[in-house]
Design a protein around this ligand. Structure first.
Ligand code: C2E
Ligand code: MG
Ligand code: MG
Length: 641
């Protein structure tokens, strides 16, 4: 046989090495598609190297036939992986592997050509049927070599079938590049068959892989580089494909709920470090369970882990493992960070079967903090239904006047009378009944209706204060909750001052409650608003003290006269360390000459404890729940000594 040219293989080896390096350097090693691609490149690399050795031995007529047998087997084995791996690659790209799970026979049959090919390769030393050597020690194809071609044909036809049937799932640019690649590889096979002097198969293979690497494996399309996970847009497109293909799988959602609160405390690199560590924990835990999931980072501290065909029990076990593991602090440049992780399992399609419902769920559902939650338990609840219909609820409430302001009295233990009250908004919806403010206020802040709601509360309170009912109740002022978002609007201060003027109310009759989140947004517009109101004699209180992260800073930079201790901050055992924290916080607030209101006091015992700690003002169910205006007036009248 004529001498064969090795140069094609040298070129292909260099090309493959470049692809291998660039793939690893671009960190495209995680996720099933990336792994398959890497495997394709590696097997092509081994095949090319083996081809170089066997071609040179062939050209030289090297006579150690055992070595020649071995190198040709390595070549054929690694080369034979190409088409089945390509078929798997296309299957993964279109996310259609569940077809085999549904149809077991197809699932088994598809492996048959490959198994036959393997048998042919590994029995060749005994049979010599696949290849052999002539009297000049030149390589020669044997009588069953057609098995190799047949097998290649099966996987090519299968890949083409998948590519045509699920063309939409691949996208045009990728589809065309895959077709070009297949055509190129096939022509090389044909050429090599007719002109064995030019062994271009491996070269065509390498060029094809380069094509995939550039056109299909585009990290910028699918990767979130910072977290080394797949991106949000990859999640959306993969999910859509899975829904279209009616696939069964599970998604574990991992929400790092307090990530944002570390905001400015962490540098950019530290933040990335946190995400990478979380990502690596997910990988390690999955691996320990024998699972290779697709991991997506959806931004905002939310990871989605998609696990395929491992059964509900194992998914639940993995979710539990992730939940437990995330309790362990993460150390980033000597800082120990405790992340609060919510973990929730979604069974697809039983729980959720379309993309819109999925993104609604991921954006709105608040899973339990103390264990793994299941989408099926959250989805049916009234609270969840309300959450996803919140824009509608708020708009209905505004247009049908379904908002009402309630008042909760605040008691002065020193003066032994109710000296003030807090205005609290109430929303009653025809469909859902009472909708709690902690659900609709955040939604109103997001959709902007908080401004209308705030105006409504302010006007209701002003109307109340200017009414005859209010006179004689002996209340010094009414506290009104102000949202950060309201305060970002430049007209707020004038609006409030104008409203007080309209109802002829003295500025000390209202007090505006703000939360510590104000401190972190305390810039330009907000500063001007607060200064203007403060200069006009309106006082401010700090609401929910003890729930945030920067209370001390808030106290220092905001003009406050009252601090309200949050209910959660006041629930502790007297033996607790927390008792010390509360005691010292109270001392600190007092030394700044601020009043303290204790919120959420429900029992006589709590009342006594905080009176003993020197807190004068008490608010809570112990005295009264928030009441509609008329009932509130009756309540206060009945309690005037
Ligand atoms: P907040 O300002 O801290 O209001 C105190 C909350 O604690 C109220 O919940 C009140 O009903 C509740 N509460 C009072 N005493 C007790 C008690 O003894 N035990 C328990 N378990 N709870 C008690 P509500 O009315 O559901 O309001 C929740 C939050 O919604 C408020 O927290 C406030 O942040 C917000 N909010 C309410 N009304 C308005 C409003 O008009 N505007 C704005 N921007 N936010 C409002
Ligand atoms: Mg409040
Ligand atoms: Mg509060």
């Amino acid at each position: 046989m004529a001498q064969r040219l090795i140069y094609y293989d040298y070129c292909s080896l260099v090309l493959l090495a470049m692809i291998l390096f660039s793939t690893v350097l671009r960190k495209m090693t995680k996720g099933k598609l990336n792994r398959l691609f890497l495997l394709l490149v590696c097997s092509a690399f081994v095949a090319t190297a083996a081809d170089i050795v066997s071609l040179s031995h062939n050209n030289a007529g090297y006579d150690n036939l055992n070595v020649r047998q071995f190198e040709n087997m390595v070549y054929l084995f690694s080369h034979s992986l190409t088409t089945p791996l390509f078929a798997s690659y296309v299957t993964t790209l279109t996310d259609t592997s569940h077809i085999f799970k549904k149809n077991r026979i197809v699932g088994i049959l598809i492996n048959v050509p490959y198994i036959i090919m393997l048998i042919a390769i590994f029995t060749n030393p005994l049979t010599g049927k696949l290849f052999g050597f002539d009297s000049n020690n030149h390589y020669q194809r044997g009588p069953v070599f057609w098995v190799m071609y047949l097998s290649v044909a099966v996987y090519v036809v299968y890949s083409l079938y998948i590519m045509f049937r699920f063309r939409r799932a691949i996208g045009n640019a990728r589809w065309v590049s895959l077709i070009v690649l297949l055509a190129g590889m096939l022509s090389a096979v044909i050429m090599q068959y007719f002109f064995p002097k030019y062994p271009v198969e491996m070269f065509a293979n390498a060029v094809g892989l380069l094509f995939i690497s550039v056109m299909v494996q585009r990290p910028e399309d699918i990767m979130d580089v910072e977290s080394e996970s797949k991106s949000r847009s990859a999640f959306a497109s993969d999910l859509q494909r899975s829904f279209d293909n009616k696939k069964n799988f599970d998604i574990i959602i991992l929400k790092l709920s307090n990530l944002h609160s570390f905001g400015e405390l962490l540098s950019y690199d530290e933040r990335i470090g946190l995400l990478k560590e979380t990502r690596s924990r997910i990988s390690k835990l999955s691996l320990s369970k024998g699972v290779l999931p697709e991991v997506y980072y959806l931004r905002g501290g939310v990871f989605a882990i998609s696990v395929d065909g491992i059964g509900r029990n194992r998914t639940d076990e993995l979710a539990q493992l992730i939940f437990e593991n995330m309790k362990q602090p993460i150390t980033i440049t000597n800082i120990q960070i405790n992340l609060i992780a919510y973990v929730c399992v979604i069974n697809v399609p039983d729980d959720i079967s379309d993309s819109k419902a999925m993104s609604e769920f991921i954006n709105n559902a608040v899973p339990a903090e103390n264990g793994v939650s299941y989408a099926k338990d959250i989805l049916g609840t009234g609270r969840y239904d309300m959450l996803i219909d919140m824009d509608g609820i708020i708009n209905r409430a505004l247009s049908e006047n379904r908002l009402e302001v309630y008042y909760q009295p605040i008691y002065s233990t020193v003066e032994e009378r109710f000296n003030s009250a807090e205005a609290l908004i109430r929303l009653h919806d025809d469909k859902y009944g009472f909708v709690p403010p902690d659900l609709f206020i955040p939604a109103a802040e997001k959709n902007g209706t908080i401004h209308k709601i705030g105006r409504f509360v302010l006007e209701s309170v002003c109307r109340f204060i200017s009414s005859e009912d209010f006179e004689g109740l002996g209340l010094d002022y009414i506290e009104i909750n102000l949202s950060v978002v309201q305060c970002m609007s430049s007209g707020l201060a004038d609006e409030i001052i104008d409203m007080l003027k309209k109802y002829n109310i003295s500025h000390d009759k209202i007090n505006l409650e703000i939360t510590e989140t104000f401190a972190s947004h305390y810039r330009s517009v907000m500063k001007e608003n607060i200064k203007k109101m403060y200069d006009a004699g309106i006082s401010f209180s700090l609401d929910d003290f003890g729930t945030g992260y920067s209370n001390m800073q808030s106290i220092a930079i905001l003009p406050l006269v009252i601090t309200k201790l949050d209910k959660s901050f006041t629930e502790f055992d007297s033996s607790d360390k927390m008792a010390l924290v509360v005691q010292h916080s109270i001392d600190l607030i007092k030394s700044l000459e601020m009043k303290i209101v204790v919120e959420g006091v429900e029992t006589q015992e709590m009342l006594k404890r905080f009176s003993d700690l020197g807190c004068e003002y008490i608010q809570g169910y112990y005295f009264s729940k928030p009441l509609p205006r008329d009932e509130f007036v009756k309540f206060i009248r009945a309690n005037i000594a």
